[in-house]
Design a protein around this ligand. Sequence first.
Ligand code: PLP
Length: 437
Amino acid sequence: MNTPARSNLDLVTALQDAERRYTENNPLSKQRFPQACEHLPGGNTRSLMYFSPFPLTIKRGEGAKLWDIDGHCYSDFLGEYSAGLYGHSHPKIVTAIQQALADGFLFGGPNLYETRLAELICERFPSCEMVRFCNSGTEANLLALTAARAITGRSHTLVFQGAYHGSLLYFGHGGETMQAPYPTVSAVYNDLPGTLAVIEQHAKDLAAILLEPMMGAAGCIQADKEFLQALRDTATKHGIILIFDEVMTSRLGPGGLQERLGIIPDMSTFGKYLGGGLTFGALGGREHLMARFDARRPDALTHSGTYNNNIPTMAAGVAGLTDVFTAEVARSFNAAADAFRERLNGIARQHQVRAQFTGVGSLLAMHFTDQPIRCPQDVDNGSAPELRTLFHLFMLEQGFYMARRGYMTLSLPLEASDYDGFAKAFEEFVSLHGHLW
Ligand code: PLP
């Protein structure tokens, strides 16, 4: 790919140059986009997939590499928004799926894989004594909220402003119109006094507190441990069900972020890589809560779903946790990822640019500010959208695939050369464009 010229005087010119080069470099993706728009509104079926001037169409993936239809090869630093922990077509996952498929895959009855995957998840995650499977992280959170309301007989959920808990559970700008109609009250992430005040005010109506122990989509924003601990204590005091959405963060240690932080919720929701990279969701929790799903009980909560125990997902999930993402790998991989984030932050400091990579372990996000980021409100700043676009197009041009908003998730097959290449490209970006903000 072309190296960008060192001639950019201002942000507008730099962006125009970058978009022109992107358009010239990707004629087939450009050509495909209006075709896709004919039958898919906006040319896709996942809103997030769109970015200007048009998204790349991906043709193939292998290990940590992706190829688009114009033939460019990328190191994949997006990792399918964290579902792609195992990389593309990991041989052990593929073999497990193939072997399982050979015996048939639509049984209409319990199968052996679901029991094993449930056992593995309960062994790993401290909050899980029992688990229910579903088909996505969104569904897992809808299930958690519905169950919490049924169990407590209360109506409301405390959520955090800017949080993303799935396609129908987005509590940020513009999310309201497509929100599932659950009554909520909201607070600011990491604002302990403000949050406790909201809880005290609404305690008798609160069925649940729903939050990620690190906000992922909102910008990889870590929670203060004291904040989470206080939520744990106050939830217990008022009989509110504390739900950790670990759809993304469950990969940050053998037992997720809950184990890493030593703060154990009443329920946890999961998704993404835990199904081996196939469609997956799960709700886990304490036995006294989860037992309400027991169909033998007269007061059982019903919860069905044709694909809840689908064979390919169950088999892939088992293979992933037993043969690939073992507890040791979870630890060493995330430790190496912490070092990588530090390396990138070191480059920003060395070049004295106002930029930082936030996150924990293998989930990280780039921000164009050197101020502390403690809640989504800290992420929004002036010219960031244009800078994010410039950075994204620059990194694509250098062969690194990531999200427009600066979000990245690392996958197991990434190699030293990928990490070195990314760090070098970031350094080039700040050398070339660091004067623009
Ligand atoms: N919860 C969190 C924290 C997520 O990041 C996501 C997806 O990115 C979801 C829930 C929704 O998962 P899914 O896309 O599988 O519905």
